[in-house]
Design a protein around this ligand. Structure first.
Ligand SMILES: *Cc1c(COP(=O)(O)O)cnc(C)c1O
Length: 415
């Protein structure tokens, strides 16, 4: 296969070079681990790349904090890590004042804990509003909590190419609604839901709202305090580059903290963990949402990425994200659409987050071959090529390279 075959038309290659030249964030890419065998990485929204600095910080942690400080480090710094890193997440990516975000568990477990706490705080209200396009774990947890607490899930069936609209939520809201649970950004289409509008509508009905921010955190601006959000959860291995199995985080608005009781009563969420007392007494504030020993080691890469995000600033990150997805959509329209590709993400950048879904019946085999070539996007059944564009680690040239391979594979299919 000739080099030219896998290149996009010259105008797009030049445009990518120009966009890279003008990119105020271009220097950040060199801070990531960039092995030569990876021609293009477009799955930073499933597992972000590691940072070079993390290598040293992990080594120093083993020798110093862990190797030398040993058990003393719990008192010195580790016990405070879940709320210290939580505050950093709140400040860098959530628009949340300190004392409302905590790092723990996985998204699934935190979701369960908060959903359970929220419905228990709305006794007499038997319904939870959710949507059928949400990530599987969210749907499973909600179905399980509904069964466990004798409630009903009222399912919205949104247009998969877009996402849940405020009117669809309002149609189901009533004095029977205990809780509304939605993803801010749809994991397939990248549709950005109207977080302030839906939150306000839920509050008018007396319900609580929980936002899943897995595909928003680190790439789309969210003002949780400003929108008066009640609860939120998110994972930290996607655009927050925390690494495989990095712990999740939960946001609980200050005004609710002491009124909510989460169901996994563990010693780390106790008011006095080391009193080892006979009964569970939840800690005041956000710490009550902890259950067991915090994953200290796994917070190191996350903290490194949060520091980088703060340096770059979320508005600049969002601006580059929009321009990356605009470029991908333009190539899809001009180069890939003639080969049968359909853009399955919103065209309005105000409603599109950090990834783009491109559909074609051959995508399953195309993605298999792309991975063999070191071009790594994601595949979403049944026919979606999902291009995740992590703004700090992705260049326009890298995106152009990947789309050139996609074009070549679709053009020579069966040949
Ligand atoms: C990735 C993702 C999750 C992941 O849950 P884990 O418990 O971390 O595996 C949950 N919800 C959404 C919307 C996601 O995109």
């Amino acid at each position: 296969m000739a080099e030219d075959d896998v290149r996009l038309p010259r105008a797009f290659v030049e445009r990518a070079a120009e966009l890279d030249d003008r990119d105020p964030l271009r220097a950040f890419r060199a801070e990531f681990v960039l092995p030569e065998g990876v021609l293009a990485y477009l799955d930073g929204n499933s597992l972000g790349r590691p940072l070079v600095v993390t290598r040293d910080r992990l080594a120093r942690f083993v020798d110093g904090e862990w190797g030398e400080r040993l058990i003393r480090a719990w008192d010195e710094t580790w016990l405070a890590r879940p709320t210290a890193v939580g505050d950093l997440i709140g400040r860098a990516v959530l628009g949340a004042a300190p004392g409302q975000t905590v790092v723990a568990d996985s998204t699934t477990v935190l979701l369960y804990k908060l959903v359970r706490a929220a419905v228990d705080a709305r006794p007499g209200r038997g319904e939870i509003i959710a949507d059928t396009e949400n990530f599987p774990t969210d749907r499973y947890v909600l179905t399980a909590v509904a069964a466990e607490t004798g409630r009903t899930v009222r399912w919205i069936e949104p247009d998969p190419a877009t996402g849940v609209r405020p009117a669809e939520v309002e149609a189901l809201l009533s004095d029977r609604t205990a809780l509304v649970v939605l993803s801010h950004v749809a994991y397939k289409s990248a549709y950005i839901a109207d977080l302030p509008g839906i939150t306000a509508a839920a509050h008018r009905a007396g319900a609580l709202v929980l936002w899943d921010l897995c595909h928003s955190a680190g790439v789309v601006e969210v003002g949780l305090d400003a929108a008066d959000v009640d609860l939120a959860v998110g994972c930290s291995y996607k655009f927050l580059n925390g690494g495989p199995g990095a712990p999740a985080w939960a946001y609980v608005a200050q005004r609710l903290q002491d009124r909510l009781v989460q169901p996994i009563a563990g010693w780390m969420g106790h008011a006095e963990p080391f009193a080892m007392g006979p009964e569970y007494r939840p800690a005041p504030g956000i710490r009550r949402f902890l259950s067991g020993t915090p994953p200290v080691l796994a917070m190191i890469p996350l903290e490194d990425m949060l520091t980088l995000i703060e340096r770059a600033g979320l508005p600049a990150i969002r601006a580059k994200s929009v321009s990356l997805t605009e470029y991908a959509v333009a190539v899809a329209d001009e180069v890939l659409a003639p080969l049968g590709v359909v853009v399955a993400s919103p065209r309005d950048p105000d409603h599109r987050a950090g990834h783009v879904l491109l559909e074609h019946d051959a995508m399953a085999t195309v993605v298999e071959e792309l991975w063999r070539r070191g071009v790594i996007p994601d595949f979403r059944r049944p026919r979606g090529l999902r291009i995740g564009l992590s703004p700090l680690s992705t260049s326009f040239a890298e995106l152009a390279t990947a789309l050139g391979h996609v074009r070549q594979l679709l053009a020579t299919r069966g040949g």
